[in-house]
Design a protein around this ligand. Structure first.
Ligand code: FES
Ligand SMILES: [Fe+2]
Length: 461
């Protein structure tokens, strides 16, 4: 592995992937207008949008189209509108939303006998987009050039994933550990959030915010020495290493004369994060931060155990939004969190004054969502003042800028080949005179990371 961001190199760098120093503010850096514009746009024809179309996109939960001939649901991804439905055999179709006759929405369409029929004039399409019936011009039925756009679809683990690029060029679906365990061992949920996908994702790569935004969690555990160190050491050193799947991100905090507290998390290209959590039960949690468009994101929380089924209590906690990666959702099927921008996240000013919850917002995930959407739907990155603790955020942006550049040049981009996505999210203390990567490798060898979380393919059943 090689370092992507070396702060010593970054300072004064004119690298097109990295932010530039801000004059008069030592150590502060800022992305340019051009860099921001690449990061901000996901639509067709945009540099990053085209690169992102090279990956399978988590699109919806299987439960949204629950059975054969399930009616269509709307799915907006990367600024494009689709409908998803099931045919009589249970196969999922994801078609462009607007009927290729004259543009009526297939969301209003009737699904029966394995096809979706536009209710305007009756043109009818199967899950592969074939026009099987065109009542206003019957001779056109079956015409290849009148195919409705249909995405390649992969359904597994209660998730429907789609490939927005040429279906004939779809790479193998991602090799997520989540997808490889039995149904009883996993749980998936989704929510929508009114902000840019990367803005939302970045909370998961930002170790420095934990001592403030989630302060009550640390105060509750402050009797634990390492938790206390997180409260004291508010300016961790951030290190980013390139990997076969994206980036390994480490937050390093001195924890004694020769000791260092290491917290590892990951960015899995292009939109997954694994965050460190104190989790003696060995559960693994993953987020997928999917761009709906430039101002909205669709967030999947995926949690699983690599070697056993979830307990009833674990599953109930996930469903009720009582674990770190799942917020409490409204019970109306809208996939919106109960605490959302429209009600100011039910901020509790009295609690805020008392420090419980310190932020005033209840719930770890709700706290992240409140902060990232408080920036507005698409914050202007040229107005930020990035410091050393933002190095992991910078590293992910640099990797995405590099991905956009490489894709435009016809080069392969990271993680497109169906690479293993079982990576550990761990924390440990080690001797500061040694490289923390050696400490991490030791823990793999000694089995101190959850089975199946440490190495590609390990622990699957
Ligand atoms: S617009 Fe769909 S059949 Fe005419
Ligand atoms: Fe957070």
């Amino acid at each position: 592995m090689t370092a992507v961001i070396d702060p010593a190199v970054t300072a004064g760098s004119t690298d097109p992937l990295l932010p530039a120093p801000v004059p008069g503010a030592p150590g502060v850096r800022r992305f340019s207008v051009q860099q921001h514009e690449v990061l901000a746009a996901v639509g067709p024809g945009t540099p990053l949008g085209e690169a992102l179309r090279n990956y399978w996109v988590p699109a919806l939960l299987s439960e949204e189209i629950p059975g054969p001939d399930a009616p269509p649901v709307r799915v907006r991804l990367l600024g494009e509108d689709f409908v998803a439905f099931r045919d009589s055999s249970g196969r999922v179709g994801v078609l462009a939303e607007h009927c290729n006759h004259r543009g009526a929405s297939l969301y209003l369409g009737r699904v029966a006998d394995g096809v979706v029929q536009c209710v305007y004039h009756g043109w009818t399409f199967d899950v592969d987009g074939r026009c099987v019936q065109a009542p206003t011009c019957p001779a056109l039925a079956g015409t290849e050039s009148l195919r409705q756009r249909a995405c390649a679809v992969h359904e597994a683990g209660g998730l429907v994933m789609v490939f927005l690029g040429d279906p004939d060029n779809a790479p193998p679906p991602p090799d997520l550990g989540f997808l490889c365990v039995p149904d009883g061992a996993r749980y998936a949920a989704k929510r929508v959030q009114p902000c840019h996908w990367l803005q939302a994702l970045e909370a998961d790569t930002d170790s420095a915010h934990v001592a403030y935004l989630h302060r009550e969690d640390l105060l509750a555990g402050a009797a634990d020495r390492l938790t206390g160190i997180m409260l004291e050491q508010t300016d961790p050193e951030l290190v980013a290493d390139t990997t076969e799947y994206g980036l390994m991100l480490a937050a390093l905090r001195p924890s004694g004369a020769d000791a260092e507290y290491v917290r590892i998390n990951h960015w899995l290209a292009p939109w997954y994060t694994v965050v460190p959590a104190s989790n003696p039960a060995g559960l693994i949690g993953l987020h997928a931060w999917v761009p709906v468009d430039d101002h909205h994101s669709l967030i999947f929380g995926l949690m699983w155990h690599p070697t056993r089924d979830l307990t009833a209590g674990e599953r109930a906690a996930m469903m009720q939004g009582r674990t770190g990666i799942f917020p409490e959702l409204l019970p109306d099927g809208s996939y919106r969190a109960r605490r959302h921008p429209g009600n100011d996240f039910l901020i509790d000013r009295a609690g805020q004054a008392l420090g419980a919850p310190w932020s005033g917002v209840v719930g770890n995930q709700e706290q992240d969502d409140a902060i990232t959407s408080s920036m507005g739907t698409a914050y202007d990155r040229t107005r930020e003042n990035l410091v050393g603790t933002d190095d992991a955020v910078i590293a992910v942006r640099a990797a995405l800028l590099g991905m956009a550049r490489d894709h435009a040049a016809g080069l392969p981009t990271v993680g497109t080949a169906g690479l293993g996505f079982d990576v550990p999210s761990v924390f440990f203390e080690h001797d500061r005179t040694a490289d923390f990567r050696d400490g991490l490798a030791e823990r793999y060898r000694d089995g101190q990371v959850p089975a199946g979380a440490g190495q590609k393919g390990a622990g699957r059943r």
